[in-house]
Write a protein that binds this ligand. Structure first.
Ligand code: FES
Ligand SMILES: [Fe+2]
Length: 468
């Protein structure tokens, strides 16, 4: 038996790690500017190795159960506070057949209403709209509501003696804010947002200062795959060597770190500026540096890339990105660790949001099911840049809606290298959706470590769909 096989048989499920490689924590521990506790910690737990049923991806009746039991009971990122800075500003958040008007009703108060008239049901504001309102007036017969949700006017009131205006306020859903994000929940009995996210994650997000970021770019695209497949494409770095070979030269893919926190949050840390374990010995440190790209590689144009004797690509990248992002953001990043400057931190907040709190890849992803087709989902990418220290806060970017045939590179402001990566990720998804429908095998099989986020996520889906 080979050493590797021996090693494998003597280990319990989930204990094996990429053999012979530094771990993510070992790579980070060697950095010059040291990382904070939320980076230097691990929280992996083996959750079993059974297959995950494919019904969830391919059956319309499963999607219906999700609407009833999952979407109706979970906290969802509806908009950013910066979308509705003034009293009367509103933002319509749609989720399948559900639709909500999220409105600032006072400087420090946001409410959200089911977006439907209480007369004969017409949507009070169109889907995906936003703006400023002094009242919400129905376009059909003109009934209207104040922005605080109380009924303002019933046209021909004499004909509605059975309508008690004080009982005809717009039904509300719960609203909470966290780090500049506005979350809603339809379930009156759900735990608070803080309880839902759990204490470990709350400590992480409270140290990031995401409330001091603004939406610099917002791109949306309908993807021909179930929303969960769409999300899972971004939960592991296992696919990097096959799907993004151009990235692997400078990405610790197979030795990325995976963690879970409670029921609703998980993450990976994928180090950059280091060689993929798959390519060990095939490239020099200078090659790694020369082939390095990040989400905003344009900032590196013209930089000196000649490494000194003994200097590592990772350290040079951290130094270069620190000075370039400091200048771009008009911010002092001298105390920010090399890892936070450089690495890819990807957190999933159940059910449909990803946060990337790092500096080089400062994204938020949101995924929503297509309202009538469980085989499609809306993928949104936001780039959240630090608010400049001087001058007014920039307005949030308006969304750029890509057609299904368009490349992410066509979105103005998208870094071409990152656009390529997103194209590669999403091009797999039609084949995966179709393959699951064509398969003789009733479930998907997951790696114990590198795909733990998918198992963790799907176990939460199972729990909600079962009505627990
Ligand atoms: S449906 Fe809204 S006023 Fe009639
Ligand atoms: Fe990818």
């Amino acid at each position: 038996m080979s050493d590797q096989v021996l090693e494998k048989t003597s280990q319990k499920g989930g204990e094996a790690r990429c053999p012979g490689e530094p771990t993510t924590q070992e790579i980070i521990a060697n950095d010059k500017v040291k990382a904070p506790g939320w980076v230097c910690s691990e929280n992996y737990e083996f959750m079993g190795d059974e297959d995950i049923s494919s019904d969830r991806y391919i059956r319309a009746d499963y999607a219906q159960k999700e609407y009833d039991n999952l979407w109706a009971r979970t906290w969802q990122f509806a908009c950013r506070e910066e979308h509705i800075p003034e009293v009367g500003d509103y933002y319509v958040y749609d989720l399948g057949r559900y639709s909500f008007i999220v409105t600032r009703v006072a400087d420090d108060k946001i409410q959200a209403y089911y977006n439907a008239c209480l007369h004969r049901g017409t949507k009070l504001r169109p889907s995906n709209s936003e703006g400023y309102a002094e009242e919400f007036k129905c376009p059909f017969h003109g009934w209207s509501w104040n922005i605080d949700g109380s009924n303002k006017d019933v046209i021909c009131e004499w004909d509605f003696p059975h309508v008690e205006k004080e009982k005809f306020g717009l039904p509300q859903v719960r609203v909470e804010t966290l780090a500049g994000f506005v979350f809603i929940n339809m379930d009156a009995n759900a735990p608070s947002l803080e309880e839902y996210m759990g204490p470990e994650f709350m400590a992480h997000i409270n140290s990031w200062g995401l409330e001091n970021r603004y939406i610099a770019l917002h791109v949306t695209k309908m993807i021909p795959a179930n929303w969960k497949l769409n999300m899972e494409a971004f939960m592991e770095a296992y696919h990097v060597i096959e799907t993004h070979p151009q990235v692997a030269v400078s990405n610790g893919d197979a030795n990325s770190q995976y963690d879970t926190y409670g029921e609703h949050v998980n993450r990976f840390i994928s180090t950059l500026g280091v060689i993929s374990p798959h390519l060990r010995g095939q490239y020099t440190e200078q090659d790694i540096l020369d082939q390095f790209t990040v989400g905003d590689s344009s900032v590196l144009a013209g930089a000196d890339r000649k490494l000194a004797e003994g200097e590592t690509a990772r350290q040079r990248m951290a130094d270069m990105l620190r000075s370039m992002f400091s200048a771009a953001a008009d911010a002092d990043l001298s105390g920010v660790s090399d890892s936070e400057i450089l690495d890819c931190f990807s957190y999933t907040l159940f059910p449909n949001t990803f946060l990337f709190p790092g500096i080089s890849l400062p994204m938020v992803y949101r995924f929503r099911p297509h309202p009538t087709d469980h085989r499609q989902s809306l993928y949104e990418v936001f780039f959240l840049r630090p608010v400049p220290q001087t001058g007014p806060r920039p307005d949030p970017a308006s969304p750029i809606h890509l057609e299904p045939h368009q490349s992410f590179k066509e979105a103005e402001g998208m870094d071409p290298g990152f656009g390529d990566i997103l194209d590669q990720d999403t091009e797999n998804l039609l084949l995966q959706q179709q393959g699951l429908e064509a398969s003789a095998k009733p479930g998907i099989t997951l790696g114990n470590y590198q795909e733990i986020r998918i198992r963790h996520f799907e176990y939460a889906v199972d729990k909600y769909v079962a009505g627990k």
